[in-house]
Design a protein around this ligand. Structure first.
Ligand SMILES: Cc1ncc(COP(=O)(O)O)c(C=O)c1O
Length: 374
């Protein structure tokens, strides 16, 4: 067989899948990275209507339909305190493709990308695939990323740093002061800030802030998606927005790897963005209630857990053998090291499950904690 590229050889299949495979069929799965709610009915219906009207059989414009991009621009105006021209939005195959084209368009062979550690697994993998060199930035005790640590890690070879608030796998939310500092770092060091905001609506304490609102330079791009926002992970619809010249470069990658995002998904996302947002509020309220139940449960069993302020993950510090003991008892959680070396000694627990299931899982975790402590 011929050789594979050295870039692809640096990437392996996510450790999360291995955990799922190790678990039995009736395990309670607290490993999932998606909301456990249906997509909004009006979003589904918009796709059905568009399909039936024959509007989805052809490619759309590479950037996506004008109507979807207008809905995305209106959303940023409404929710985020910054304005973008709909011409500076690219609809993508989920947040994943948006991250891919952002990194591909900005990172040269051998250049560094600073990524949170523990952090979402794609940042490191996509950097490798672009020929770049991911540089992990260890998080603070409360699992937020310190702007000082980012600034200290910047070298002449740094192309970009990734900010992810609210964060996977930690549930941490960066403060407004941190987000302002990230914007300043992008300005002062002339380094790109890739802000991954896919968990934006799920902030329980305080508010979501985007570095795009504070940067004076053109050095921020924002990635977002309908995936978590509207519980539409299967629809594969995300977007990236940023300064025009950056969008034009990212479009070159998007045009060749994707051509355009799926047309039915674009109609569904447009309806989700423009329709009533009560569904998102309900998800946030449910996640917050579950967060409280989970954190209380973990603390009662003697585990230390930085209070997650957003998303739907908690990341307690756990003793050696804890993750295996929990999985052996039929609850799937993900070992922290799946998210980077600094994740070791932690576990990621997703609470995107009903509250009764979560309570059952907490009892199992309590048994496992007692067993490991003995
Ligand atoms: C932090 C973060 N960013 C981006 C994504 C990609 O989401 P999608 O491609 O499903 O929109 C995920 C998915 O888990 C994520 O956790």
């Amino acid at each position: 067989m011929t050789e594979f590229s050295s870039r692809v050889e640096q990437v392996s299949i996510s450790g999360i899948r291995e955990v799922f495979e190790a678990a039995g069929e009736d395990a309670i799965n607290l490993g999932l990275g998606q909301p456990d709610f249906p997509a909004p009915a009006h979003a589904r219906q918009a796709a059905v209507d568009a399909i039936e009207a024959g509007k989805t059989d052809a490619y759309t414009s590479n950037k996506g339909t004008a109507e979807l991009r207008e809905a995305i621009a209106a959303k940023h105006d409404r929710d985020n305190g910054f304005s973008v021209d709909p011409a500076d939005v690219i609809a993508t195959a989920g947040g994943s493709e948006a991250l891919h084209i952002a990194i591909e368009a900005h990172v040269d062979e051998g250049q560094e990308v600073l990524v949170p550690d523990p952090g979402f697994v794609s940042y490191e993998a996509l950097t490798h695939l672009a020929g770049g060199d991911p540089k992990p930035v260890a998080l603070r005790e409360d699992l937020t990323m310190s702007p000082e640590a980012v600034e200290a890690a910047i070298t002449d070879d740094t192309a970009a740093f990734v900010v992810n608030s609210p964060a996977n796998p930690t549930g941490a939310v960066q403060s407004e002061a941190d987000i302002r500092a990230f914007a300043r770092i992008a300005d002062d060091h002339d380094v790109l800030c890739i802000s991954d905001e896919v968990y934006e609506p799920f902030v329980f304490d305080g508010e979501h802030h985007s570095p795009m609102s504070y940067a004076d330079s053109d050095n921020v791009v924002v990635v977002n998606a309908a995936s978590k926002f509207y519980s539409m992970t299967g629809w594969r619809l995300g977007w990236v927005t940023g300064p025009h010249e950056r969008i034009e470069r990212m479009l070159r990658v998007h045009q060749y790897v994707q051509a355009c995002a799926s047309a039915p998904a674009q109609f569904a996302a447009e309806a989700a963005l423009e329709g009533p947002q009560g569904h998102v509020d309900e998800m946030r309220e449910a996640f917050e209630r579950r967060r409280d139940v989970l954190v209380d449960g973990l603390e009662e069993m003697g585990l230390q857990v930085p209070t997650p302020k957003g998303a739907f993950y908690a990341m307690p510090r756990v003793p050696d053998g804890w993750v295996d003991a929990v999985i052996d008892r039929g609850v799937v959680v993900v070992p922290g090291e799946a998210f980077g070396d600094h994740g070791a000694g932690h576990a990621r627990i997703s609470y995107a499950v009903g509250i009764e299931t979560l309570k059952e899982a907490i009892e199992v975790m309590r048994e496992a904690t007692n067993a490991v402590a003995r």
